[in-house]
Structures are given as structure tokens and as C-alpha cells.
Design a binder for this molecule. Structure first.
Ligand code: PBG
Length: 330
């Protein structure tokens, strides 16, 4: 046997913990995490999201407390998503441009309580439209160019409320350039844009749509604007265009089924590249773990580790606070 191996033993480096640590190629740190949070009306309110066990919708004051927790844990940035009841939704998603909407109030609260924490906000109309789509509808069509003006207005109120990173998740064509131009014209040239550049039409968004109250509203699906899950070259073109339109950072979404896209984007463009481990991915891990079918803690760390290996600079994950606590514990 020794002859066959000629002394070559891959397992030698793996025998001891200290040696495994020495040869480890990637390291996950708290600096890699963005913590997505759901905002809801009320005070001192935490409403559990049934399809995302362990995740609550938080009222603005509770969001402030969660932001303080993020800072205490060393998490660099959080991302905000509003839960909007049917009575605040209309076909135009008008609430998106209300400077006192939930997201704007949450931005002001976070900026006041935790000035050093990065705040990222989503730009898309789906939390506010009665039809649940990310853009405006004319007949059955989600219209591109008219939607862009609505998105620009939405981005502007968020920035004025104190958000640092605008994250358009709507997948309309040309929105990055339009938002950049409008922000610059208003003197907000330092506000960053993270483009949901390669966002796929995915079944893994299901629990998120429950969390923001969009699932019962949504008519049809989003395949006329989100990417076909079988297309990689088209995803690269989307990323290329968003970079050309001055995106500062790009994102691939969902995460685990799309690690090849993360890898190709990072290799090809070399720009700050993020991955969103979405609600359905969170739900799968939690559901299996809570049934005792997998070790949830280990699965969570293995999953986020995979994003680092694939080249992601950071990961949006609902597990962010748990991962941060785990990393702090060593
Ligand atoms: C909508 C948006 C979605 C997510 C983030 N922004 C859902 C969708 O496109 O329907 C999904 C996030 C998640 O599933 O965790 N603009």
C-alpha cells in the first residue's frame, strides 16, 4: 500500500485540529455579514414570521434595539424590508415614496441610535403594490420605464431618511443608472448602490413574501423581469450592465443554488460581490434542524462558508446574528 501511495497522504494535514486550522483556505468573519430585518407598524412589537422560525417582524423601536445588537455583535450593516398591510397598498405602490413610510422611519431611528452602522434599503415596489409586483402594471405587463421614475422617488426618500446603501431588487432595465443620476443631481454622490444584479425568478423567495405581506397580493409570477434560473451568461450580462451604470457592489440572489454565478461574477469583474442567502434557504435549514434531521448550527456555518469559498465578499443572511454570536464564542 505504501508503495501505491508513494508517501502521498492527503489525510496527513487533516489529522489534528491545529493542522486543519493551518491549511484552511477561507475564513468567515463577522465583517462578511449583512443582517436583513423586517419592519412592522406599532411599538414594542415583535411578530413571528411563521415560515421563518426564529425571525420576527420588528416595530421601529425594536428595529433600533436590533441595530444596537448588530453593533454589539460587530455586524457592519443591516438591510431593511417593510411589512405593509393591504390598506397601505395601491396599484402604483404610492407608499414607497412617502418620506414617513415604515422604512424611512426605521432609517431615522437607526441613524439616531447607531450612527456607525451601515443601513441598506431595498428599492422595488412589491411591498407597496396591491398586485404584489416590483413595478407598475399596465394591463398584464410590468412596465419598465414608468417604473423607473417610481423607483427613483423611492430611493430618494430612503436616502433622505439616512440610508447609506440603496439596493434595487426590482430588475427593471436601466434603474441603476437612473437612480445614480438622480442621487448625484441631489448631492448624494456618496450614497452607495448595491445592485441586485443577478436576481433569479426563484421559488426560494416564498417565506419572504409572507414576511412582507406580498404573497396573498401577488398575481402571477415575476418571470418577465427576474432571470431564468437556467441562465448564467445572461446573469453575467446583467452584472456587466449594472457595473456600467455605476453600481458600487453587485449581488447574486438566491445563494446556494447559484454559487457558480457568484464565482463567475467575482472572477470576471472583480468587483465587491455579495450573495443573498434568501428566506427559503433559511427556512430549509431551520425546518430540517427543528425536526432533528440536520445539525442546524453546523449546516448554517457550512452554507455561509460556501459563499466565501465561491468568492463572495459578503453574505446577506437571516442567520447573521446567530453566526456572529457563534464566531464571537470561537
Ligand atoms: C422583492 C424582494 C424579494 C426578496 C428581496 N427583495 C422577493 C421577490 O423578488 O419576490 C427576497 C428575499 C428573500 O427571499 O429572503 N423586491
Amino acid at each position: 500500500m505504501a508503495d501505491i501511495l508513494r508517501g502521498r497522504r492527503m489525510r496527513r494535514n487533516r489529522r489534528t485540529e491545529w493542522s486543519r486550522r493551518l491549511v484552511r483556505e477561507h475564513t468567515l468573519t463577522v465583517d462578511d455579514l449583512i443582517w436583513p430585518m423586517f419592519v412592522t407598524e406599532g411599538t414594542a412589537t415583535r411578530e413571528p414570521v411563521p415560515s421563518m422560525p426564529g425571525v420576527d417582524r420588528l416595530s421601529v423601536d425594536e428595529i433600533g434595539a436590533a441595530a444596537e445588537e448588530a453593533v454589539a455583535l460587530g455586524i457592519p450593516a443591516i438591510a431593511l424590508f417593510p411589512y405593509t398591510k393591504a390598506d397601505k397598498r395601491d396599484p402604483l405602490g404610492s407608499e414607497a415614496a412617502n418620506p414617513d413610510n415604515l422604512v424611512c422611519r426605521a432609517c431615522r431611528e437607526i441613524a439616531r441610535r447607531t450612527p456607525g452602522l451601515g443601513i441598506m434599503t431595498d428599492v422595488a415596489l412589491d411591498p407597496y403594490t396591491s398586485h404584489g409586483h416590483d413595478g407598475l402594471m399596465v394591463g398584464d405587463e410590468i412596465v419598465n420605464d414608468a417604473t423607473i421614475s417610481a423607483l427613483v422617488a423611492q430611493a430618494m426618500v430612503q436616502v433622505e431618511a439616512g440610508c447609506h446603501i440603496i439596493a434595487p431588487s426590482d430588475m427593471m432595465d436601466g434603474r441603476i443608472g437612473a437612480i445614480r443620476a438622480a442621487l448625484d443631481a441631489a448631492g448624494h454622490e456618496n450614497v452607495q448602490i448595491m445592485a441586485y444584479a443577478a436576481k433569479f425568478a426563484s421559488a426560494f423567495y416564498g417565506p419572504f413574501r409572507d414576511a412582507v405581506g406580498a404573497s396573498s397580493a401577488l398575481k402571477g409570477d415575476k418571470r418577465t423581469y427576474q432571470l431564468d434560473p437556467l441562465n448564467a451568461l445572461e446573469a453575467l450580462r446583467e452584472v456587466e450592465l449594472d457595473i456600467a451604470e455605476a453600481a458600487d457592489m453587485v449581488m447574486v440572489k438566491p445563494g446556494m443554488p447559484y454559487l457558480d454565478i457568484v464565482w463567475r461574477v467575482k472572477e470576471r469583474f472583480g468587483v465587491p460581490t455579495f450573495a443573498y442567502m434568501v428566506s427559503g434557504e433559511y427556512a430549509m435549514i431551520e425546518a430540517a434542524a427543528r425536526n432533528g434531521w440536520i445539525d442546524g448550527e453546523k449546516a448554517m456555518l457550512e452554507a455561509v462558508g460556501g459563499f466565501k469559498r465561491a468568492g463572495a465578499d459578503g453574505i446577506l443572511t437571516y442567520h447573521a446574528p446567530r453566526i456572529a454570536r457563534r464566531l464571537a464564542a470561537g
